[in-house]
Design a protein around this ligand. Structure first.
Ligand SMILES: [Fe+2]
Ligand SMILES: [Fe+2]
Length: 282
């Protein structure tokens, strides 16, 4: 019988995106059919290796987040660049899901169910967006990309609670606010294929953020800390600034945000905007 952690590690380290995705879908299929051993037996008592770099090809070129620009809807090239950015996030999310399966051990089966399901869906998202790019005469690797999401995965690697809070409930949760907006822009300009892909993505991302919330709260309960307070403590620790609105409250509530968290996010955003206004009047 194949072993879940070994398979997750192989997928994470595979460089070719097509091979990585084929493996990702194969592992999730095997898991769903109960064909993988996953309980840590005597033969698996060694600690997981600290794998901080996923397998990747030379392209896309990784650049600083400030250097990634010229994305939008004004030209075909700008639109392709935007889809490329989304595809890069999806591929990073595939690595992230398998990393979370491989790295964190001794958790309930539902934890692995959640992140394997996420790995499968992120793979499907990448395939859809890459198809849109190819239809436009481009491909994955044709534009530079930034690595902010993966860097945060590395920063939070030693702490499951922080990984769930910051990577999933802050960075991935941003998709809940912005994807519905991008979706209608793609629809307006007649790119219904990308718009349809984004409908699927917007819906699936609610589930991923919800998994983040579930395992964040699980850890908070184990450590007997208040999740509503801890979320903001971790934001302060890991991020330079608080998350910016406008927030899609409905989608976020479906994705496991508490009312207290939403109210605090909205209060901090209003406070930030107020400060900015005051500064600009000086
Ligand atoms: Fe996704
Ligand atoms: Fe996701």
């Amino acid at each position: 019988m194949k072993n879940l952690y070994e398979e997750a590690k192989n997928c994470f380290l595979t460089a070719d995106p097509d091979e990585k995705l084929a493996l990702s879908l194969e592992i999730s299929g095997a898991w769903e059919s109960d064909l993988l051993e996953w309980r840590e037996s005597d033969s698996l008592i060694h600690e997981p290796l600290q794998l901080n770099q996923p397998g990747r090809q030379d392209k896309p070129l990784l650049v600083d987040v400030a250097k990634v620009k010229n994305r939008g809807f004004k030209s075909e090239q700008q639109r392709a660049s935007l889809i490329h950015a989304l595809a890069h996030i999806e591929l990073t999310a595939v690595n992230l899901a398998w990393d979370s399966v491989y790295r964190y051990r001794h958790l309930p089966k539902e934890y692995y169910d959640d992140w394997i399901q996420t790995g499968k869906e992120e793979s499907q998202h990448f395939i859809l967006l890459r198809q849109s790019l190819r239809d436009m005469g481009y491909d994955y690797g044709d534009f530079p990309a930034h690595n902010e999401l993966w860097q945060m995965a590395v920063n939070t690697a030693d702490d499951l609670m922080a990984r769930m809070a910051i990577v999933h409930r802050v960075l991935e949760a941003r998709a809940l606010d912005v994807v519905p907006f991008s979706l209608s822009k793609f629809r307006d300009i007649g790119d219904s294929k990308t718009a349809d892909a984004l409908v699927i993505i917007a819906n699936d991302e609610i589930g991923h953020v919800n998994s983040g919330a579930r395992w964040f709260r699980y850890r908070c309960e184990q450590e007997q800390v208040d999740p509503d307070k801890m979320f903001f403590t971790l934001i302060q620790k890991y991020l330079k600034s608080t998350p910016k609105g406008p927030f899609n409250r409905e989608a976020r509530m479906k994705a496991g945000f508490s009312l207290v968290e939403m109210q605090e996010l909205e209060r901090l955003d209003a406070e930030y905007k107020q400060d900015r206004k005051k500064r600009s009047h000086k």
